[in-house]
Write a protein that binds this ligand. Structure first.
Ligand SMILES: Cc1cc2nc3c(=O)[nH]c(=O)nc-3n(C[C@H](O)[C@H](O)[C@H](O)COP(=O)(O)OP(=O)(O)OC[C@H]3O[C@@H](n4cnc5c(N)ncnc54)[C@H](O)[C@@H]3O)c2cc1C
Length: 178
């Protein structure tokens, strides 16, 4: 889960680093063009993101990550983070609901189509809980990252949850090659 997530974020960050530098960012004289090229291979070698997803899927559907989230949810957070914790718990509930939708569909093509969405749901939920835990232990290091990340993760969770909930098993034909 971590490898797939980190390498995809490395790509996003390298993309943004070029963007903030404008046209100069893409020139050889700037380090960010090198970071951009270097980041691109990280989601391919040592297991592509798609194969990381294939490897993680059994753990997602059999409850390994749900169990991990339950354990993280049971941990104490600082009193001022309780409302953030409630938001993170609501995200976990969406993740668990999406897993059940996949199981109920009982269709391999549907599972394959939703696998990356389930993977992203798991990654966002686990990371949010870990950051809440870390910010409780060391707010000076993690509080800002936790707050920024949780906002983003909540939006990501909503997006992936909506996909899994709204994709129609009957309409799988639309995803097949013409
Ligand atoms: C710079 C560099 C360094 C490398 N170093 C090493 C090294 O030190 N040791 C080593 O062993 N290898 C190394 N590799 C090879 C690397 O591990 C492979 O490139 C990588 O595993 C992807 O395999 P592939 O290129 O054959 O792509 P393919 O397996 O042909 O995959 C092509 C695309 O199909 C997708 N895909 C394939 N199968 C599935 C599936 N079942 N479900 C969904 N999608 C799928 C992949 O995600 C990918 O997007 C290196 C490669 C590069 C470019």
């Amino acid at each position: 889960l971590a490898k797939g997530m980190n390498s995809e974020y490395a790509n996003l960050n390298a993309y943004d680093s070029i963007q903030v530098h404008g046209g100069s960012g893409s020139m050889l004289e700037y380090a960010c063009q090198r970071l951009y090229r270097d980041a691109r291979i990280t989601s391919i070698y040592e297991g592509t993101t798609q194969l990381q997803t294939v490897a993680a899927l059994p753990h997602i559907t059999t409850g390994t990550y749900s169990q991990m989230l339950e354990e993280l949810e049971a941990g104490e957070v600082a009193a001022e983070y309780e409302s953030l914790k409630a938001r993170a718990k609501a995200m976990d509930a969406k993740f668990n609901e999406a897993i059940e939708v996949g199981k109920a569909a009982n269709n391999n093509e549907f599972t394959a189509l939703c696998s990356r969405h389930l993977y992203e749901l798991a990654a966002n939920c686990v990371m949010s809980q870990l950051l809440l835990r870390d910010a409780t232990k060391a707010p000076e290091l993690f509080e800002k990252s936790m707050k920024v990340y949780l906002n983003l993760a909540e939006a990501e969770v909503a997006k992936h949850y909506n996909f899994v909930k709204s994709v129609d098993v009957e309409a799988m034909e639309s995803y097949r090659k013409a």
